[in-house]
Ligand binder design. Structure first.
Ligand code: PEP
Ligand code: MG
Length: 551
């Protein structure tokens, strides 16, 4: 047994086997199949082997984790018989005379991108399965006949849901993971304030960064404790038992909180707080509803762009926003416009490499330089607004003219839709207050929009002049810094003076040690990861209960 200390980036405990996430992607070379028939036979043999493997894995998983959790492997086996997928591969080999590896890699990218763009959360998740199945085929093809036996044995232990171990994880790496199969995330580098860590918290997956784990730990049993920031390798029976009990206690705590579902979030002074949830993907809406959030306070829409290999079209975006609006049944859904740049780099954007990305071309700056991208998104949001209660939130504002320009683009979109006789509803406009400049001119900004949402993650970064990605500065990245707290107060005062509501959607909103302070400051809304909604409601209403008991 060996305990290794890193930094806890997302709380909770996970017990499972480690799986190293290779950074280097398998390089697939395009080759010419001299004999297409022989190449087809090679592919068919690989398909047969993959099917046998998946059958065995399914049976093992049924024994170990139950039928429901094992179903994913049966689903993957069915994918090996998917007519469209097979037609694609067969045609590539037969018609284009390419090697089987190249045909499978193309099918993987094509089908995964197509599924990732669908609005149905279930279908969307199948993108990860297509990648898994294709990778399995590629591995078998690479091994060639006769070599599989030993390798497959080794792999089988890693098929159950696992703990991902990586040197570093980008937000897009994290988005590509098959969520049903990830118990926890550990990275050797990384910062607790990065978007990857924010994602882990939104997904409610225990996570550690800066964990100095050596290589070649694949398959080892480990306990990840996201609260203390430790990993225990090869735990002994006693330790395993201890953590299993802690997991049971946590389950009980969560069950206790369920009695708060359906309760209003009202302070002791009788003020109704809007307790919303942050999401990064359409499928998170399930967790939002399960945890009884009163709305979605922040949909980080850029993660939708990070999942695909090309710009999502207006229609594709429309389906996602419409599905969210409908599923939330009239509750507010705040869609943040694209906040790309810095650590979020979709390759197809071809963003220039910058020396200082945190201070570079990101978010609204990209959208105003390339307004066609923002207009496509706004058109999709406005069309979806006919199906529910949508709002637009603009990130990284520093100047009044930026807001005015966004409003001009919105007006253009509205008049285009009117002209096209496309219905749309009322869409509130909000600003993220996450730069000191926006704080200082909050009074002027407030008169232009319907609401503010304070992004404390970036507000801390820009106020303290600390790159939130730089793990060596975590000691100095203090979001409780008086400068940050005074800025929050200033924004609340400016908003209220102008008669608009203000919320916090940065990670500080879920910091229960500050809830009372925020309520005293006059905050109207807190938007937290779905798993934190009921804890924060508990914090707010138990203050009210305590005070009722006193009187
Ligand atoms: C923030 O900066 O606080 C915020 C909510 O936005 P993000 O973390 O996505 O930059
Ligand atoms: Mg931000």
């Amino acid at each position: 047994m060996n305990t290794i200390t890193g930094k806890g980036a997302s709380g909770g405990i996970a017990i499972g086997r480690l799986k190293e996430l290779g950074k280097e992607k398998r390089v697939i070379k395009k080759g010419k199949a001299e004999d297409a028939k022989a190449e087809l036979r090679r592919f068919e043999a690989a398909r047969e082997t993959a099917s046998c493997e998946l059958r065995e894995i399914y049976e093992k998983a049924v024994r170990e984790v139950g039928k429901e959790n094992a179903a994913i492997f049966e689903g993957q086996r069915m994918m090996l018989c998917d007519v469209d997928y097979l037609d694609f591969v067969w045609n590539m080999i037969e018609e284009k005379s390419v090697n089987a590896e190249y045909a499978v890699a193309l099918a993987r990218d094509d089908f995964a991108a197509m599924l990732a763009k669908l609005s149905d959360p279930y279908m969307k998740e199948r993108a990860a399965d297509v990648r898994d199945v294709s990778e399995r085929l590629l591995r078998i093809l690479a091994q060639g006949e006769g070599k599989e036996g030993e390798e497959i044995e080794k792999d089988k232990d890693l098929e159950a849901p696992y703990i991902i171990l990586a040197d570093d994880l980008t937000p897009s790496d994290t988005m590509q993971l098959n969520r049903n199969r990830v118990l926890a995330l550990i990275s050797r580098k990384g910062s607790i304030n990065s978007h990857t860590s924010v994602l882990a918290r939104t997904m409610n997956i225990p996570s550690l960064v800066c964990a100095p784990l050596k290589k070649e730990l694949d398959g080892r049993l480990a306990i990840v404790d996201g609260d203390s920031g430790t990993v225990i390798l090869e735990p002994d029976e006693e330790t395993l038992h201890l953590y299993q009990n802690r997991m049971k206690e946590e389950e009980k705590r969560k069950k206790r909180l369920l009695c708060l579902k359906g309760r209003q979030t009202v302070t002791e002074g009788g003020k109704q707080i809007r307790l919303y949830a942050n999401i990064s993907a359409a499928e998170d809406v399930t967790a939002v509803l399960e945890n009884d959030a009163e709305g979605i306070g922040l949909f980080r829409s850029e993660f939708f762009y990070l999942q695909g290999s090309d710009f999502p079209t207006e229609q594709e975006q429309f389906y996602v926003y419409k599905a969210l609006a409908e599923k939330m049944e009239g509750k507010k859904v705040v869609i943040r416009t694209l906040d790309i740049g810095a650590d979020k780099q979709p390759p197809y954007f071809h963003l220039k490499k910058e020396k200082n990305p945190a201070l570079g071309c990101r978010a609204i700056r990209i959208c105003l330089k390339r307004p066609e991208i923002l207009k496509t998104q706004l058109r999709a949001i406005y069309q979806a607004s006919a199906y529910g209660n949508l709002a637009v939130l603009v990130p990284m504002i520093v100047s009044l003219w930026e807001v005015k320009r966004v409003k001009e683009l919105i007006e253009e979109v509205q008049s285009e839709l009117l002209h096209e006789a496309v219905p749309f509803g009322k869409v509130e406009l909000g600003l993220m207050i996450e730069t000191p400049a926006a704080v200082m001119i909050a009074d002027e900004l407030a008169s232009e929009v319907d609401f503010f949402s304070i992004g404390t993650n970036d507000l801390t970064q820009y106020t303290l002049a600390i790159d939130r990605q730089n793990e060596s500065l975590d000691l100095f990245y203090d979001s409780h810094h008086p400068a940050v707290l005074r800025m929050i107060q200033r924004v609340i005062d400016s908003a209220h003076k102008a008669g608009i509501p203000v919320g916090i959607c940065g990670e500080l909103a879920a910091d229960a040690s500050l809830t009372n302070l925020f309520l005293k400051m006059g905050i109207d809304e807190l938007s937290v990861s779905p798993a934190m909604v009921l804890s924060i409601r508990d914090k707010i209403v138990s203050r009210q209960k305590e005070s009722e008991e006193k009187h």
